[in-house]
Design a protein around this ligand. Structure first.
Ligand SMILES: Nc1ncnc2c1ncn2[C@@H]1O[C@H](COP(=O)(O)OP(=O)(O)OP(=O)(O)O)[C@@H](O)[C@H]1O
Ligand SMILES: [Mg+2]
Length: 241
């Protein structure tokens, strides 16, 4: 469905992506792990076209997103959830969720509201439709962000460390919501340091280091038979936190 082909990117003299390639199949869940600064956020931002790249290609449904049409398709079918809650704080919970369907997809408002209410129920915020987003806890805001991404009926959602800015007791509630999204069959790419979660939810683990994917393996292979000492160390260090 999505094909990342040999993407390279520099920030000035710093080469942060050195030829990244992988495919995302329909319904597939991919976890990207790796140390800080290895390029995880940058590759998500390139996939989402929030960031330009110097070389390589991203294909959506077999067509390069360099072509306007495929880009338009991708934009309609991709959602992103960031580490810091990207909700519109000056809007109500409901307004947050209907904003893009109504203004970008031109979904009739009543239809968008009905769907938003279903999604808010899914993320455990039933009855909070009229609350102002700024008055919610971090975990609640992150659940609104997930409902908002789902409201566009995406084929794929990119999550960039969706729980790392949360108080520990709020992490579980957000992970539960992501499990539900996974169960809906949406493809996901999730950058996370939650090892147990990655192992449970992902079909594949990519390990990035210095702008390169150094391992692309099943969770079992990745955790049970780490390819090298570096990966073994990483798993140990993150699990000790
Ligand atoms: N806009 C930018 N301008 C200059 N350098 C940048 C920019 N964005 C990222 N970088 C650099 O690119 C490298 C990769 O950054 P990136 O944010 O992708 O890493 P990451 O793997 O997501 O790290 P973390 O786990 O800390 O989020 C880092 O060295 C970072 O400093
Ligand atoms: Mg990052």
């Amino acid at each position: 469905m999505l094909s990342v082909k040999n993407i390279s990117k520099c920030f000035g003299d710093l080469e942060v992506l050195k030829g990244i390639s992988f495919d995302i199949h329909k319904g597939e869940k991919i976890a990207i792990l790796g140390p800080s600064g290895s390029g995880k956020s940058t590759i998500l931002r390139c996939i989402n076209q929030l960031e330009t790249y110097d070389s390589g290609e991203i294909d959506y449904m077999g067509k390069s997103v360099d072509s306007g049409q495929a880009l338009h398709q991708l934009r309609q079918h991709i959602g992103m959830v960031f580490q810091r809650f990207n909700v519109f704080t000056h809007m109500s919970v409901l307004q947050n969720v209907i904003e893009a369907p109504v203004h970008v997809k031109k979904v009739p408002k009543q239809e968008a509201v009905t769907r938003a209410k279903e999604l808010l129920k899914m993320v455990g915020l039933e009855g909070r439709e009229d609350a102002m987003a700024k008055n919610l806890s971090g975990g609640q805001q992150q659940r609104v962000a997930i409902a908002r991404a789902m409201a566009m009926d995406p084929e794929v959602i990119l999550f960039d460390e969706p729980t790392s800015a949360l108080d520990p007791e709020l992490v579980g509630e957000v992970l539960n919501v992501i499990r539900k999204v996974a169960a809906e069959g949406v493809s996901m790419v999730i950058v996370t340091h939650e090892m147990n979660f990655a192992r449970e939810v992902a079909d594949r683990i990519l390990f990035m280091e210095d702008g390169v994917i150094v391992e692309d393996a099943s969770p079992e292979e990745f955790f049970e038979h780490p390819k090298n000492e570096r990966i073994r160390q990483f798993i140990r260090k993150v699990e000790e936190r």
